[in-house]
Design a protein. Structure first.
Length: 220
């Protein structure tokens, strides 16, 4: 049995695929920023917050980290309308991805915060620094430098995980590819192109994150 490769129909739909790629980048960018902020706040709260806040954050983190992302996505998109809260596919995707990334980021940042020696914090207090200044300059910045590789890997994994939003018909790259496949029946060709696109995105993300590390942590 022979198979003739034909990428013509796939490349003919490049504008449609480009629109999907644009949404994938939008989902990734917004989620990374929002998830990082949520994760950092949760990490700070879990380390330095009162007992009730620590318990609430721990419950959130464990609930998210021990359930599949697709279940969380379906809860937001299909489950919340039962309670009268309805989101479109893109908004539901952003919410679910952000909540998911926030939980994972929280644990990564918390590990970095707890790696900072107590003596450094006490030295900052002795110098008259405020609690916010101590957390910003003595705790958070060195902690981020320690955990940056793990954080960068989590961000890349998040970008790849955005493909799951196609399950609720959010028009991302993978959803666009599925539509092109259904029209052309060139299964191997379209998914090979999409696999290459995700690989290229992952490599570009890693280069950008590496450049950010050099700019923020090395050249200061």
């Amino acid at each position: 049995m022979t198979y003739t490769f034909n990428f013509r129909d796939v490349f003919a739909a490049w504008e449609f695929l480009a629109d999907g790629l644009a949404l994938t980048l939008l989902l990734s960018g917004v989620t990374i920023v929002a998830g990082f902020v949520i994760g950092t706040l949760c990490a700070a709260g879990r380390v330095h917050g009162p007992p009730w806040l620590r318990l609430a954050i721990a419950t959130y983190v464990e609930a998210i980290r021990n359930t599949p992302l697709i279940v969380q996505l379906f809860l937001v998109f299909f489950g919340l309308p039962s309670a009268g809260i309805k989101f479109d596919a893109v908004t539901a995707s952003l919410i679910a991805l952000t909540i998911n990334l926030g939980a994972y980021t929280s644990e990564i940042v918390r590990a970095g915060i707890e790696a900072i020696p107590r003596s450094q914090i006490e030295a900052g207090a002795a110098m008259g620094l405020s609690g916010v200044q101590i957390f910003r300059y003595i705790v958070l910045f060195p902690a981020l430098k320690i955990i940056y590789p793990a954080l960068a890997s989590q961000f890349v994994l998040l970008m790849l995980a955005t493909s799951i939003v196609s399950q609720i018909s959010a028009p991302d790259l993978f959803h666009a590819a599925s539509i092109v496949q259904s029209r052309t029946f060139r299964d191997f060709e379209i998914y090979a192109v999409v696999a290459g696109a995700y690989l290229a995105l992952a490599l570009v993300f890693r280069l950008i994150l590496a450049a950010i590390y050099q700019l923020v942590f090395v050249r200061r």
